[in-house]
Design a protein around this ligand. Structure first.
Ligand SMILES: [Zn+2]
Length: 272
């Protein structure tokens, strides 16, 4: 009798479960789609030939699919689920339109019309950065929600169409967090440092691999306090806020990537 009462009590526990383990379903360009999957064993999920992050949530598996910012909202995303034994299934994810604002900035002309030497440098850095954003460990990921890397107001400027010195440039693929130069930047989640560097546009940069294609990027640092290959625990010091690279002032540019595409970091904070 006592056992059955205890079981009843346990069955009620999910009602008072803590904050969610996954972002909310946000099916638009730059968002994330949450796809629950019933499967006894871990399924594999692919989108555009990229493996997708799959985590265990309560009694089910959940795929967290990053939706490219430049994906037309009229066209669905098609994910392929592959269960143990090779049986596969296509899942269609319908998207909603996203309406991102326009932002204008004035920066030094070298950031809008770089000379040939700088263009060569930018091209070489692009390869290094792209590699760090598209290669990852295939470890078991237990957590995806983030702690704020610095205190301060988190802008909602992800996705905004950017115009520098009256010239259109690629959209903003992260969030900017206002903070004074020298403010410590703390790891928002455990991971491994997959790259560090001083890049033309991004300035001093740290890239963290959280596993299964979940990657975070920290730019414009004044100081980098980690090295490539270093194991990082949530809360570890990564570096300090600065104003290196293409900036109009000190701030942290913070970006998150899933299955090789930038997604809105705000979706991974409990209080967005
Ligand atoms: Zn930024």
């Amino acid at each position: 009798m006592k056992i059955s009462k205890a079981l009843k009590f346990l069955a009620l526990l999910p009602l008072c479960a803590p904050a969610s383990a996954t972002p909310r379903h946000s099916p638009w360009p730059g968002g994330v789609a949450i796809v629950p999957i019933q499967s006894d064993t871990r399924p594999a999920v692919m989108v555009n030939n990229n493996p997708v992050l799959v985590i265990r949530e309560n009694d089910r598996w959940v795929a967290i699919v990053g939706i490219p910012l430049d994906h037309e909202s009229e066209a669905p995303i098609v994910a392929t689920l592959i269960r143990a034994g090779g049986e596969s299934e296509q899942v269609r994810i319908d998207l909603q339109a996203a309406d991102y604002p326009v932002q204008r900035f004035n920066v030094e002309s070298k950031y809008v019309a770089p000379d040939q030497e700088s263009l060569d440098r930018i091209a070489a850095e692009r390869i290094v950065i792209d590699q760090a954003l598209t290669r990852w460990r295939v470890n078991d990921v237990k957590e995806v929600m983030l702690k704020s890397p610095v205190p301060g107001a988190r802008s909602s400027s992800f996705g905004s169409r950017r115009i520098f010195n009256d010239q259109p440039r690629s959209p903003h693929k992260g969030m900017d967090i206002a903070a004074a130069s020298g403010t410590p930047i703390l790891a928002p989640l455990s991971g491994v440092v997959s790259a560090t560097g001083d890049y033309y546009f991004n300035g001093n940069t740290v890239i963290l691999d959280h596993g299964q294609g979940y990657i975070s990027l920290f730019c414009h640092l004044s100081v980098i306090d980690v090295v490539e290959g270093q194991d990082i625990t949530v809360g570890d010091l990564l570096g300090k806020v600065g104003a290196t690279g293409r900036v109009t002032g000190a701030h942290l540019h913070f970006a998150t990537y899933l299955n090789g595409t930038a997604v809105d970091p705000a979706l991974f904070f409990e209080t967005n």
